[in-house]
Design a protein around this ligand. Structure first.
Ligand code: NAP
Length: 255
C-alpha cells in the first residue's frame, strides 16, 4: 500500500472537477489543481483540508500546460492519480459547426488531455497505483442532438483511453472514463438554458422533460459523482480498467 497520494486535477475549479478534488483532499491526497482560473478553488481547499495544494493556471488546450503540471506534481513527490477534465464544448447543431469549431474543440477535448497524460505518465508509472480517469459524458453512449462536438470528440478520447489501458496495463496503470448523465452543476444549467432557447420554452419545462427520461427521476449530485471518481482514482480500485462507467441514474439504459 502506498503512503504518498498526489492527484493532478484539470478543470478543477468548479462542478465535477472541484467536487472530485475536494473528495480526494478529504482522502488525504495532495493536489495539483488546474483550470484557466484555479486560484480561489485551490485556496478554498487549502483552508478546509490538511493537504498541500498547488494551483496551475492554464487551458488544457495550451501546449505548455502539461509540462507545468508535471513539474508541479513532481514537486509534491510525483503524481499517483490524474483526473482529466475541462469545460463542455459549445451546444450547436452539427451542420452549423465550422472546421474551426472542430479544430478548437479537438485541442481541448482530445490532444490537450492526451498531452497531459503523456507528461504525467512517467510519474504514474513510477508508483504502484497509477490511475487515470477522464470526465466524459453519457452522450458518448447515447448521442444527443445539438451536442455533436461532445458526442464525437469525447468518443475519440474514450477510445484513446481504452487503448492506453491496453498498452499500459502491464505497467499496472488503470485508465477509465466516468460519464455523467445529468448532474447539478453550472454546465447542466447552461445546457438546459441553451435547449430552452432553442426550443422556445422555459428552463423548467426542459428540466421536467429531462427528469422524465431518468429512471431515478432526479439529477445526480457533484458529491455523488466525486465519490465514484475518487474510488476509480484510488488503490481501492484494483481491477477496473479500460471502461467508461456512467453515473446517470439509469438514463442511458432507459433511452
Ligand atoms: N454536469 C453534467 O451533468 C455533465 C453532463 C455531461 C457532461 N458533462 C461534462 O463534464 C465536464 C465537467 O462539467 P461540469 O458540470 O463540472 O462543468 P463546470 O462546472 O462548468 O466546470 C468546468 C470546469 O472546467 C474548467 N475549464 C473550462 N475550460 C477549460 C479549459 N479550456 N482548460 C482547462 N479547464 C477548463 C472550468 O474552470 P475555468 O473556467 O477556471 O477554466 C471548470 O473548473 C464538462 O466537460 C461537461 O461538459 C457534464
Amino acid at each position: 500500500m502506498t503512503e504518498r497520494k498526489v492527484a493532478v486535477v484539470t478543470g478543477g475549479s468548479s462542478g465535477l472537477g472541484l467536487a472530485t478534488a475536494r473528495e480526494l483532499a478529504g482522502r488525504g491526497y495532495d493536489l495539483v489543481l488546474s483550470s484557466r482560473e484555479p486560484q480561489s478553488a485551490a485556496e478554498g481547499i487549502r483552508l478546509n483540508y490538511d493537504v498541500r495544494v498547488k494551483d496551475v493556471a492554464g487551458s488544457i488546450a495550451e501546449p505548455g500546460l502539461a509540462e507545468r503540471l508535471a513539474a508541479a506534481s513532481e514537486g509534491l513527490g510525483g503524481a499517483t492519480a490524474l483526473l482529466l477534465n475541462h469545460g463542455g464544448p459549445p451546444v450547436k447543431p452539427i451542420m452549423t459547426l465550422t472546421d474551426e469549431d472542430w479544430t478548437d474543440a479537438f485541442k481541448t477535448m482530445v490532444t490537450g488531455p492526451l498531452r497531459v497524460m503523456r507528461a504525467l505518465m512517467p510519474q504514474l508509472q513510477a508508483n504502484p497505483t497509477g490511475r487515470v480517469l477522464a470526465i466524459s459524458s453519457f452522450t458518448v453512449k447515447s448521442p444527443f442532438a445539438g451536442i455533436g462536438l461532445s458526442n464525437s470528440l469525447r468518443a475519440a478520447l474514450v477510445n484513446a483511453l481504452k487503448t492506453t489501458a491496453l498498452e499500459l496495463g502491464p505497467d499496472g496503470i488503470l485508465v477509465n472514463a466516468l460519464a455523467p448523465g445529468y448532474v447539478e452543476t453550472n454546465r447542466i444549467r447552461e445546457w438546459n438554458d441553451s435547449y430552452a432557447r432553442q426550443e422556445n420554452t422555459d428552463v423548467e419545462d426542459i428540466r421536467a422533460r429531462t427528469l422524465e427520461t431518468i429512471p431515478l427521476r432526479r439529477y445526480g449530485t457533484p458529491e455523488g459523482y466525486a465519490r465514484l471518481a475518487a474510488f476509480l482514482l484510488s488503490e481501492d480500485n484494483d481491477y477496473v480498467s479500460g471502461q467508461q462507467i456512467v453515473y446517470d441514474g439509469g438514463l442511458v439504459v432507459a433511452n
